[in-house]
Structures are given as structure tokens and as C-alpha cells.
Design a protein around this ligand. Structure first.
Ligand code: HEM
Length: 706
């Protein structure tokens, strides 16, 4: 064979005067090394003088021996590189009324046009698999129309098309693409060489004797006047953009479960049901989707200047409500960077000391409320109290006043509305197109979407009213206002530094969504994990024993074991374990060595990254000691707050909440353990993962030993 870097194409039916002959020249011109095959190689011999890149081989697609011999010969000639393109072109024609067609003649034609194509595909499949190649089946428009006198030929082409389209589905998961070309009338020697002319002769008793002359003309190809030249058709086929795109489609080589090559439905349904999935490294699902579970890949995707942007279908802002863009939902990098610059100081480590009194006060109240529950009911739902705590904290930090949900002991309408909006997340993750359809669905038939829309409206109105109250309070009685996140952005009752009142309202809303369940769920699992592990509990209590009664974040922030417990909780049960979808840059990119076309949805999910056995031996075991001297790999694979420019803006606040609340809880309830009194089961604590992780039972009952 010629130079080994050339792609290879094997073409059946290359006798001179036919489309195969023209295709051999066109593929050679396009830089391929061509194996031009023919039943009688002498009829294709002149191709070798057309190009040194064409070799002629003997192949009769109706002979099993010939097919096997040609496949073996080709294997030798490609010397381990596989076959890039198989062109099933061999075919014969036949013109005769169906009533007059000898079945034996029909069978002969089917042997070439139908079984010959399948036999060649089967024989060359191992070589095509090696090269992840393409099968190009030359079918015909004749297979899609009903023309008198050509019934056998046309039906053979219909059968070929159907086989080809089915092969397309069956071979794609194996990495081989199949293209069906439906060509029209081509100027070839088809009529002169095929069985058509040889076989044409109406029997004496034919019902069609009166039109024999016209059938004869059709058989001789004399009725087809404007046929396209074979060379033009061949060149068009070879240059066809879609063929090239398919040949070079880089996603074909991304590994993944076999079934997902056909459909991404299993993944979608998992997302909807919140079932956890564990994939290794990279996964390719249809259509155009890649999931990456590799820490290095996640860094490539989420790193600065990677070009990957948040997927607007997921981080969606409703049409017509673009002004509701927040730092969380923003897609445009310039808008996001500007917001992040403005808001960075609000969440900076240096500002935590100003936010701490709110956190301390709410955390103390949460623990008091849990204590009351324990006294009255014998158990307490820590998930409920941490949720009310987290929402109270953010509302106070955003609006200067708490929602006082801890005092009331239950969620307000606002909180319920926020949860209702969050209920869209699984659906949005699984079937984003459903969301864009929602506005066209009649509310009576689809009350879910209607309720979500109503919740959104109430949340927007409520947030606006709270923000107005806060700004008025700042204007008239600044000393009565608690210090908020926005303190340095608000002067004399108005916002500044490029953020309007509406902007700040929208931001607040997004922090309530981003900072409530995330913190509450992580805290809940921390309590759960420590409560059921005596060794961990003992070690943690020892460390906490040394704290003063009025401890603050200054006392706990550097406690080594508490921080190990927090890190390990975030690894195993951190709230953000679901897929974070991004869109590959328009020009495409390379990821983990794979070429990713522009527009591909690429997701990472912490559930798998945090369970990478290379970074975390015994990954499913909760073991805080692994953070005492963490390996480089472990550090690189822990990303509960995300990484890069879109990492968690509330990270410092969240960490402070986790430290203060867990220390306060275990000092108050050192003997805390899971309570089975109210029918609670271990199964209820199994995580359900949509975008966020949540215990299946949506509660976590704890009791203390008498
Ligand atoms: C344990 C608690 C928390 C965890 C595990 C967590 C985790 C995360 C993660 C993984 C992201 C990236 C999401 C994505 O790209 O899809 C994120 C983004 C964000 N988080 Fe958090 N978060 C927590 C608490 C908070 C809190 C308390 C706040 C605010 C008050 C907050 C505000 C945000 C914001 C605004 C973003 C978007 C940042 C951006 O796109 O620039 N988070 N968080």
C-alpha cells in the first residue's frame, strides 16, 4: 500500500463505465488510498493508470469465497490500520414487467443488490471497526418510487435502503457510521452492461406485448435523457460535507456505556428520578453530549479561559425576564466577570466578620429549637431546622431582616415558592426542551408548570418589596439596620456601583436559592455521618471540648479535625453532586485528548469525581482522617464548591456556617444518633441526586441518649 498516513476506501463494482469506476477516481483525488474491486478485475484495470493510489482487487459480492478472500487480502494491505471507508456500490439493473419476471432472475439481482451489499459489509466490518470507519451505501431514488417494469430493481433498492438505515443504527454504537446515498439517474453503462438488457425479452404470452417497444426503450436506457455524469455524481458524493463531517466526527471515539450510543434516555430518566450514577472518566451519550468524571477534565472545563460556558437550557432565565440575570444564571462571560468583580467583596473572607453575628445568632436559635423538639417529641428533624436556619441567614444578609422562619418553625410562602421553583431542576436537567415548551401548555392540563410560574411571580414581588423596605430603612434609620451583604454597595437608601435596585433584588433571590438547601443538606449529612460513627464522634468531641462557651468562628476556623469532618462530608455528601452542564466553545476544543465539536453539552458531576478510587481509596467510606495529610490527587479531586471563575461565590459564608453549626450542634447534643422512633429508616438517608443532593426521605430525625 502507498503512504501509511492515507485514509483507505474500498469500493465494490468498479468496472469501467459505472459509478464505482468514477468513485474510485474521486476518492483517489480526495487523497484516499483506494481498493477498487470488480468481479472481473480486467474491467477496472485502467484505474491503476489514473492514480498510483488505486489498487484493483477481485471481488464478486455474490460469492462467499470471493468476499472472504478480498477481505483477507485487504487486511494484509492495510497492515493493521483498518479500513476507513467501504463503498457498497456494486449493483445490477433489471427491466421487465413483474408478471413476466422469472423468479430466478429476480433472485440473481437480489443476490447482488441486497445480499451482496450485506455480505461485503459483514466481511469488512472488522476492518471498519479497527478504523472506526464509514460505510457508504449507494442506493437509488428508484427505491423510493414505484415505476412500472422496474419492480424487481426498485424493490431491491428499497430493501438496500432499509438495510442501510438499520445498519446505521446498529453500527453507530460500535463506532462505525453508515451513510445511505440515494442517487438519481446517472449516465453510466448500467443499461448496456447490466442484466437489464440481457434479460429483456417479453415472453410470447405477455399481457404487455402491445407496449413492448416502450419497455424495450426503457430497458436500453433510451428514455433517460438528462442523466448526470458519473464523474460529477462521484465527486459530489466524495466531497459531500456531511460525509466528511461524519468521517471525522471526534465524539465517536469518546468511550461510554454501549446503550448510550443509541439514546441518552436512561441518563435523562436517572436525572429525573434522582438516581445516582457513577461513570468513569468520560462518557459519550446521544445526542452530542459528553459527561466527564475525571478531575483533570473538570479542571480543563471549568478553568478560566476554557471557553466552556454555562448551558443556558439548564441555568435558564425565562424569555422576557432577561433582566433577572444574576451572577449565578449569567451566561455571558463579560457580564458575569463584571458582576463577580462588584459582588466579590460582599463574600470575601475579610467581610465574614461582619456577617458572623447573623450566622451565630441564627445558629444558636436553630440549636435551641432542636433542643425544644427533643424535649417535647423525643426527636428532631435536623434537615428542617438547618433549612430554616440557612434561609433565615441569607434573608437577613440580603434584606436586613430575617424571614424569622426559625421562630415560626416552618417555611413561609416565600420559602415554599422557592422550593417549588427548585422542583423544576430535575426536569430542566433531564429534558430542557420541556421547559421551553411549558409556556404553550394549557395550565389546566399541566398545573405543575402553571404553579411554578405563579411561584416565580410571587417570589419576584416579595423580593422586590423586601429590598424596598431595606433601602428605606437604610435611608431613614441606618443604625437600626443589620449589616447585610450589600452594605458597601448601598448608600443613603440607593444602590450604587453599577447595580440597580432590581439587580440587587435579583441577586438576593439567587443567593437564597443557591445558599439554602446547599448548606442545609451538607450540614444534615455531617450530623448523620458523625452520629453513626463512634470513632469520628469521639475524636470530634475531644476537639470541641476545648472551645469556650461563647466561641466564635475565630475559635473554630482552624480546628484540624472539624475541618477534616467538613471536607469529608463535602466529598461524600456535599449538596452539589449533580451534573453541571457547560457548552463547548463554538470553534470546538480538545478535552482529555478528545476533539469536542462546538456546541456539545459537556457536564461534570461531583458524585463521580469525589468517588474517584485513584484519589480516594475506599471512596464510599466516610473517613475524615484522609484529610489529615491529603494526597495531591485527593486535593485535586475535591471540588464541592466548583472551580474556576464560576465557583461558589458564597464559599466563605458556607464554610463559616458549616463550622459554627456543626460545632454548636455536637457541643449541645454530644450523644446525637439517628432516631427510628417515627418510622424513619436508613433508606430515607440514601441520597437522591438531581442538581442538588437530598436525602430520599426529605428528613433526618435525630435523638439523644437519655
Ligand atoms: C455547602 C454549601 C454550598 C455548596 C456545596 C455550594 C456549591 C456551589 C457550586 C458547586 C457552585 C457552582 C455551580 C455551577 O456551576 O453550576 C456554586 C455556585 C454559586 N454559589 Fe454556592 N454552594 C454553597 C453555598 C452557597 C451559599 C451560602 C451562597 C450564597 C449566599 C452561594 C452562592 C453561590 C453563587 C452566587 C454561585 C454562582 C457563582 C457564579 O456563577 O459566579 N453558595 N455553589
Amino acid at each position: 500500500m502507498g503512504e501509511s498516513h492515507r485514509k483507505t476506501a474500498l469500493i465494490t463494482g468498479c468496472s469501467e463505465g459505472g459509478l464505482g469506476f468514477a468513485l474510485a477516481k474521486a476518492f483517489a483525488d480526495a487523497g484516499y488510498h483506494v481498493f477498487a474491486t470488480a468481479r472481473d478485475p480486467r474491467k477496472a484495470a485502467s484505474l491503476t493508470s489514473y492514480s498510483a493510489q488505486i489498487e484493483v482487487l477481485q471481488l464478486d459480492v455474490t460469492s462467499a469465497e470471493s468476499v472472504a478472500a478480498c477481505a483477507a487480502e485487504t487486511r494484509k494491505r492495510v497492515s493493521g490500520r483498518g479500513l476507513d471507508v467501504l463503498v457498497n456500490n456494486a449493483g445490477v439493473g433489471f427491466v421487465l414487467p413483474l408478471l413476466d419476471t422469472p423468479i430466478s432472475e429476480g433472485r440473481k439481482l437480489y443476490e447482488v443488490n441486497v445480499w451482496g451489499m450485506l455480505a461485503a459489509t459483514q466481511a469488512f466490518a472488522p476492518l471498519l471497526l479497527d478504523a472506526k470507519g464509514v460505510v457508504l451505501n449507494i442506493s437509488s431514488l428508484a427505491g423510493a418510487v414505484r415505476l412500472a417494469w422496474q419492480g424487481v430493481y426498485n424493490s431491491s433498492k428499497a430493501a438496500m435502503t432499509f438495510l442501510s438505515e438499520t445498519l446505521r443504527i446498529e453500527l453507530e454504537p460500535l463506532g462505525v457510521r453508515v451513510v445511505t446515498a440515494m442517487v438519481g439517474e446517472v449516465a453510466t453503462d448500467f443499461y448496456a452492461n447490466g442484466t437489464a438488457r440481457n434479460a429483456f425479452a417479453l415472453p410470447a404470452d405477455s399481457h404487455y406485448k402491445s407496449v413492448e417497444a416502450i419497455i424495450g426503450k426503457q430497458s436500453a436506457g433510451e428514455l433517460q435523457k438528462n442523466n448526470e455524469s458519473a464523474d460529477v455524481v462521484a465527486r459530489n458524493l466524495v466531497r459531500d460535507w456531511s460525509l466528511c463531517a461524519i468521517i471525522f466526527d471526534p465524539l465517536r471515539s469518546v468511550p461510554g456505556p454501549f446503550l448510550l450510543r443509541f439514546t441518552n434516555l436512561p441518563v435523562r430518566l436517572r436525572l429525573l428520578k434522582g438516581t445516582k450514577a457513577h461513570y468513569v472518566h468520560a462518557l459519550h451519550a446521544k445526542p452530542r453530549e459528553v459527561d466527564v468524571s475525571d478531575p483533570a477534565g473538570a479542571r480543563e472545563i471549568h478553568g478560566a479561559r476554557s471557553g466552556f460556558l454555562k448551558d443556558p437550557n439548564f441555568y435558564f432565565v425565562a424569555k422576557g425576564m432577561e433582566s433577572l440575570r444574576s451572577v449565578f444564571s449569567a451566561i455571558d462571560p463579560a457580564f458575569h466577570a463584571q458582576r463577580r468583580r462588584l459582588l466579590g467583596p460582599c463574600f470575601a473572607e475579610a467581610n465574614m466578620v461582619n456577617l458572623e453575628p447573623t450566622v451565630l445568632e441564627r445558629a444558636r436559635l436553630a440549636v435551641v429549637k432542636m433542643g425544644e423538639d427533643l424535649r417535647v417529641h423525643g426527636n428532631t428533624d435536623v434537615l428542617k431546622w438547618w433549612t430554616l436556619f440557612a434561609m433565615d441567614v441569607i434573608s437577613e444578609l440580603c434584606f436586613g431582616q430575617s424571614f424569622h422562619m426559625l421562630e415560626v418553625g416552618k417555611k413561609t410562602q416565600y420559602a415554599t415558592d422557592i422550593a417549588e421553583m427548585g422542583a423544576m431542576l430535575p426536569l430542566r436537567g433531564a429534558f430542557p426542551w420541556v421547559i421551553s415548551m411549558a409556556k404553550y401548555l394549557p395550565p389546566r392540563l399541566f398545573p405543575f408548570f402553571h404553579n411554578v410560574a405563579m411561584s416565580r411571580q410571587r417570589v419576584v414581588a416579595y423580593s422586590k418589596a423586601r429590598m424596598r423596605e431595606y433601602l428605606q430603612l437604610v435611608e431613614h434609620n441606618p443604625s437600626a439596620v443589620k449589616r447585610t451583604l450589600f452594605a458597601h454597595l448601598v448608600k443613603g437608601g440607593t444602590t450604587g456601583m453599577g447595580l440597580s435596585e432590581e439587580d440587587v433584588t435579583v441577586e438576593s433571590q439567587s443567593y437564597i436559592t443557591a445558599g439554602t438547601d446547599t448548606t442545609a443538606v451538607t450540614l444534615t449529612y455531617l450530623i448523620y455521618a458523625v452520629s453513626r460513627d463512634e470513632k469520628v464522634r469521639k475524636k470530634l468531641l475531644e476537639e470541641l471540648r476545648g472551645l469556650p462557651d461563647d466561641f466564635t468562628d475565630r475559635h473554630v476556623r482552624d480546628l484540624p479535625y472539624l475541618n477534616c469532618v467538613i471536607e469529608e462530608t463535602l466529598r461524600v455528601w456535599g449538596a452539589t453532586q449533580g451534573a453541571m452542564p457547560r457548552i463547548a466553545p463554538a470553534q470546538g476544543t480538545t478535552l482529555l485528548g478528545y476533539r469536542i465539536p462546538g456546541g456539545t453539552v459537556v457536564s461534570t458531576q461531583n458524585y463521580s469525581i469525589h468517588k474517584d478510587p485513584e484519589a480516594f481509596p475506599n471512596p464510599l467510606v466516610f473517613d475524615p482522617s484522609r484529610w489529615e495529610n491529603p494526597t495531591k490527587e485527593a486535593k485535586a479531586a475535591l471540588m464541592p464548591f466548583g472551580i474556576g471563575p464560576r465557583n461558589c461565590l458564597g464559599l466563605n459564608l458556607a464554610k463559616m456556617e458549616l463550622r459554627l453549626c456543626s460545632a454548636m450542634f455536637f457541643r449541645a447534643f454530644p450523644s446525637a444518633k439517628l432516631s427510628y422512633r417515627a418510622g424513619m429508616t436508613d433508606e430515607e438517608m440514601q441520597p437522591e441526586i438531581n442538581f442538588l443532593l437530598m436525602p430520599k426521605g426529605h428528613r433526618c430525625l435525630i435523638e439523644v441518649e437519655e
